[in-house]
Ligand binder design. Structure first.
Ligand code: HEM
Length: 244
């Protein structure tokens, strides 16, 4: 039966979510920037961070060398400020805004991509609180890792002495891995890099493998800290005085 209802006019549509159109308003630009920062530089940093921590499987001396290598970069303050802190703050705050503006409807439409949409928001939120805790404890309180890289291994081990914190680390690693892996898929779809149902489905499996690889690497690093005898967190100068 033909419907007599007239189609919605642009004026009637105006009350909803702002349209995502190139050349209209600034939302498009902010969304693209949010998407891009997820890969470069935050995703790239995440890869480096997981790799650097994986060096822990070679023992405290190798780990200290890796931390010293990173701390020895020129202009490390500016590298971190523009390469990590500003992009991650932007991505996180705009991510919460996107979350707030969107509608969760997995209860009504329990389709896979709806679940993935919801999981992307929750894993981002969990990663945010995890990173805030992690950065505060390991970077901005207690012994200074950049000033004395030899305390880094013991500092992480100290964190793992509390089973709740240990569990929080495991959850944080899983959340960040999931978020980045599905984020890769979202990014390639949004930027038109991979199109077509078949290609997107196949790339979905690649992203799944990436997520699993991150969890395995993160889990192996945690195991390395847990299975090594506790290292001292006293600065190197104090340690050599005690040993004399
Ligand atoms: C571990 C650090 C993080 C990394 C590596 C990361 C990476 C990514 C990537 C690659 C994407 C896909 C980009 C796209 O949608 O095209 C993404 C999307 C997203 N991220 Fe993050 N992110 C991180 C932290 C966060 C945090 C803390 C939040 C805060 C809630 C967040 C919220 C979001 C949201 C809501 C989306 C989906 C955007 C959309 O559907 O349009 N992310 N992230």
């Amino acid at each position: 039966m033909a419907s007599t209802a007239s189609p919605a006019t642009p004026a009637q549509l105006r009350g909803g979510v702002a349209p995502l159109r190139a050349g209209q308003g600034s939302t498009f630009l902010w969304r693209r920037l949010h998407s891009l920062t997820g890969i470069i530089p935050i995703g790239a940093f995440l890869i480096e961070h997981f790799f650097s921590n994986f060096v822990a499987i070679e023992g405290p001396a190798a780990y200290t060398k890796q931390v010293a290598f990173l701390a020895g970069f020129p202009f490390v303050f500016f590298l971190e400020l523009f390469g990590i802190w500003i992009p991650i703050t932007y991505h996180a705050l705009y991510g919460f805004y996107i979350w707030y503006r969107g509608d969760m409807n997995v209860g009504d439409y329990p389709w896979m991509h709806n679940w993935l949409y919801t999981a992307q928001r929750w894993t981002g939120g969990i990663a945010f609180f995890y990173m805030a805790y992690h950065v505060w404890h390991l970077r901005f309180s207690g012994a200074h890792i950049l000033a004395d890289p030899s305390v880094a291994f013991g500092k992480v081990q100290n964190e793992f002495q509390n089973p709740f914190i240990l569990a929080f680390y495991a959850i944080g690693i899983i959340a960040a891995s999931w978020h980045f892996a599905y984020g890769l898929w979202l990014f390639t779809a949004k930027w038109g890099l991979i199109s077509g149902d078949r290609a997107q489905r196949r790339f979905g499996y690649v992203c799944l493998a990436v997520g699993v690889a991150f969890v395995v690497v993160g889990g192996a690093s945690m195991y390395a800290f847990l299975s090594t005898p506790l290292q001292s967190v006293a600065p190197e100068g104090v340690r050599s005085l005690v040993m004399r």
